[in-house]
Design a protein around this ligand. Structure first.
Ligand code: NZQ
Ligand code: ZN
Length: 385
């Protein structure tokens, strides 16, 4: 295990009826802007509940943050925040709304060109407005981490930034808020969280037993509860287990002292930026292809994963690794998430633009060994066709 520093400052308010607690988390004299997405929070009543909790605060609202939030939209929120002297931002939604809110929080306090925040991967951020979250979809872990992913629609650039200043101060995790998710979004969330664990676990062994067994616990939970909520979307316990697993999957605990891959995410970001696939769909396509390409590097952890998550019987490492890949693909398909580029209408002609974007963004040494070059990505994408 490598040395590590672990510091996570987000307060989690988990369970039933937590929204009324928000009022105790935001100073009484703060002007609060509630930021939300395309309208699900109006239809399922969560916006009304949040308004109720903040009835004694001065509140502003900004709706219309799209999935894969657009810089262009978020800059409208930044203008409103500045014009009204807003003190506190409350994200009500999923990863897109939370990420968008983190960007607004940083951009409202930044004097230069706000796109610098993304271009610099967050290094120019020296302060931000405080952010709180009410999570409506279990997926990204954004509610308890310092990362945000923003898309510039004009140039099709989808990029992440990270900064300790945008760490949420608190996040409300009410599993019931996820009851109204469309089945496909539920599945997206489970697959995204599953892949977050995999990207931090299926690398090479470093004898990090705590992290490995935490990862295996989260994977087993998502594997059991994911199919359950597709059938019973209002099963509170299953929703609660998925929600906490998704948060734990990307709050920094798993990456303490361990190598991480993230190639699927970085390639997937370009695919979403260029072709609009849902984030989780890009991961379901990329991770099996990367594993097949990198089998020699990853087979030990793949075999361990196969044994401890998919109950694959002991045999030679290579065979177990291949069976683990097959089991993972079957799981994604069971969740209704397709696993090949061609399932999304993308052919070989879609590949060069992905490679060009990766080069443009300097993502030319991917994977836990930093040895996946753009040429290798091309080979991986061909496997994924
Ligand atoms: O916009 P509305 O109308 O609210 O509908 C949303 C949206 O269409 C809907 N939805 C959310 N909660 C709902 C609901 N519908 C009914 N009932 C509810 N309770 O679901 C759709 C998807 O929402 P979105 O926020 O886009 O989903 P998700 O949480 O999967 O976020 C995806 C974004 O997060 C980024 C992704 O790249 C993508 O941009 N990620 C952020 C990460 C981070 N900050 O750490 C890490 C991830 O790897 C990921 O990259
Ligand atoms: Zn993800």
């Amino acid at each position: 295990m490598k040395n590590f520093t672990f510091h996570n400052t987000t307060k989690i308010l988990f369970g039933r009826d937590q929204i009324p607690e928000i009022v105790n988390e935001i100073p009484k004299d703060n002007k609060v802007m509630i930021i939300y997405g395309g309208g699900s929070v109006k239809r399922n009543g969560s916006l009304e509940k949040v308004r109720g909790s903040l009835k004694d605060h001065t509140i502003y609202e900004f709706g219309g943050v799209e999935a894969n939030p657009h810089y262009e939209t978020l800059m409208q929120a930044v203008a409103l925040v500045k014009d009204n002297g807003v003190d506190f931002l409350l994200a009500l939604g999923g990863g897109s709304v939370i990420d968008g809110t983190k960007f607004v929080a940083a951009a409202a306090c930044y004097d230069g060109d706000a796109w610098d925040i993304v271009k610099s991967y967050g290094s120019v951020v020296k302060k931000a407005l405080p952010v709180g979250c009410v999570l409506t979809i279990a997926a990204t872990g954004s509610e308890m981490n310092n990362v945000a992913v923003v898309t510039r629609a004009e140039t099709k650039d989808k990029l992440f930034f990270a900064s300790p200043y945008v760490m949420p101060q608190f996040s409300v995790l009410e599993p019931e808020l996820t009851f109204t998710l469309p089945q496909h979004q539920t599945a997206n969330g489970v697959v995204d969280a599953f892949v977050h664990v995999l990207e931090q676990y299926v690398t090479f062994p470093v004898n990090a037993k705590v992290q490995d067994r935490l990862a295996e616990g989260l994977l087993n939970t998502l594997k059991e509860e994911g199919p359950e909520v597709l059938v019973n979307p209002t099963d509170f316990d299953a929703r609660a287990n998925i929600m906490w697993a998704a948060t734990m999957a990307l709050n920094g605990v798993l990456s303490t002292g361990t190598p991480a891959d993230w190639a699927s995410h970085l390639i997937g970001q370009e695919i979403t930026g260029l072709y609009g696939l849902d984030h989780a769909c890009t991961l379901a396509v990329m991770i099996p292809a990367i594993w097949k390409f990198n089998l020699a590097d990853k087979k030990q952890k793949l075999a361990q994963y196969g044994e401890r998550v998919w109950n694959i019987p002991a045999s030679d490492t290579q065979t177990m690794a291949i069976q683990a890949i097959d089991a993972t693909v079957a799981f994604f398909e069971t969740m209704g998430i397709k696993t090949r580029l061609s399932d999304y209408g993308l052919g070989e002609d879609s590949i060069p633009a992905v490679i060009d974007k990766l080069k443009e963004h300097g993502h030319v040494a991917l994977g836990e060994h930093g040895n996946i070059t753009p040429e290798k990505v091309e080979a991986v994408l061909k496997i994924a066709l």
